[in-house]
Write a protein that binds this ligand. Structure first.
Ligand code: SF4
Length: 373
């Protein structure tokens, strides 16, 4: 079983915090689609022998694709890959692209899960982020989407200087009251070279406060738990039966193929990533070559990836699995190294698995990094 990710590298406008690969000029959209179809054809052997159980349209903004374009991409995937008839097909949509007609079209071509970039239900937050949608669209179009898609996730951002704890509670409560079955919640990070980074350096906007972010993350965990959500990965919360199959497959180390500029792929042995430049991606595919770099993972790198991803999940890090991957010596060293975190109540051990506590989740990446071999 495997997954396919498609990166649609266009956005209406640049959110101030974003460091994903995208262009706000749609001039190359047709050429990009031609290149993407060529890449689908050229990469058909990457998942040879595997059935595709998840497809994920991410970006960028996939909801900038029209129905015909979306259908053409899905038909090309069906021609070149074995797709499970019950495959989860997720489509990222921004609230301003949602209406009755687009929802019906997405459903009709086979999309069965929507991921909506709500971020906040407050106008001031959305303007601060430079989002393309209004608070009214966030709420109204989300309600509309729920009438057509029961399998739906929204993104919410916390830790912005404009977001008080009261507003944060309102955002989470709104999602809970609407019965949104899956939430992806991210602390705002200030990535280098983003507009936000520049504005903070120029003192045009306030910087984010790590203490506020930590507090809002702890509050989120309490609220989500009380509302019956499983906190199944650091940033992801699901009502029972609504985990993302696509993202879960990343964390379980399954194979996946990334298509489109800047997308990443993993085939069990190594990773590869496409060039993050629309014009060069198109040019290379015109000449029949997928422009990617590749890295074959060493056994230590594979173990470290397992440590990083497994610790972020509620199932935790299996010491048996580490022992199978790397032998007794390394698994014993890891257990010894984890003791200090268990004593500090940042980790606990259950049935041979190391699991982060709520406090530990605040330091997930640092703890994982310290446990690396
Ligand atoms: S819509 Fe998404 S990908 Fe596009 S700029 Fe905003 S955050 Fe980035």
């Amino acid at each position: 079983m495997a997954g396919i990710y498609l990166h649609i590298p266009f956005c209406k406008r640049a959110c101030h915090y974003c460091n994903f690969h995208f262009s706000t000029s749609l001039g190359l959209k047709n050429d990009f689609l031609t290149a993407l179809l060529k890449e689908i054809e050229l990469q058909q052997q990457y998942l040879a022998g595997e059935t595709v159980e998840t497809i994920y349209f991410g970006g960028g903004t996939p909801s900038l694709l029209n129905n015909e374009e979306l259908q053409t991409i899905l038909e090309a995937l069906a021609r070149h890959f074995t797709i499970d008839p019950t495959a989860e097909i997720t489509f990222e949509a921004n609230p301003d692209d949602i209406n009755e007609a687009t929802l019906l079209q997405w459903k009709q071509v086979g999309i069965n899960r929507l991921s909506i970039g709500v971020q906040s239900f407050f106008e001031e937050d959305l303007q601060w982020m430079n989002r393309a949608h209004t608070a009214q669209q966030a709420f109204g179009n989300l309600q509309l989407a729920l009438q057509h898609f029961s399998n739906l996730t929204i993104d919410l951002i916390y830790g912005t200087p404009t977001l008080s704890d009261e507003r944060w509670q309102h955002n989470v409560q709104q999602a809970v009251e609407l019965g949104i079955p899956h939430l992806s919640c991210y602390a705002l990070t200030v990535e280098p070279k983003t507009a936000l980074d520049t504005m903070i350096r120029k003192h045009q906007v306030s910087n984010v406060q790590p203490d506020d972010q930590a507090r809002q993350f702890l509050l989120l965990m309490d609220w989500a738990e009380a509302a019956g959500y499983e906190h199944y990965e650091i940033s992801n919360f699901a009502l029972p039966g609504h985990r993302s199959r696509h993202n879960s497959s990343y964390w379980q180390g399954k194979k996946y193929l990334g298509l489109g500029p800047s997308s990443h792929s993993f085939n069990g042995q190594g990773r590869q990533w496409n060039i993050a430049n629309n014009a060069l991606y198109i040019q290379s595919l015109k000449q029949g070559t997928v422009p990617f770099e590749v890295e074959i993972l060493t056994p230590d790198q594979r173990l470290n990836e397992y440590i990083m991803t497994s610790l972020r999940t509620m199932e935790g890090l299996s010491l048996d699995h580490v022992q199978q991957l790397s032998g007794d010596k390394i698994s014993q060293a890891l257990r010894r190294n984890s003791h200090k975190y268990i004593q500090q109540e940042l980790l606990h051990e259950k049935d041979g698995k190391l699991i982060l506590t709520k406090q530990g989740k605040l330091f997930a990446d640092g703890i994982a990094g310290d446990l690396f071999v």
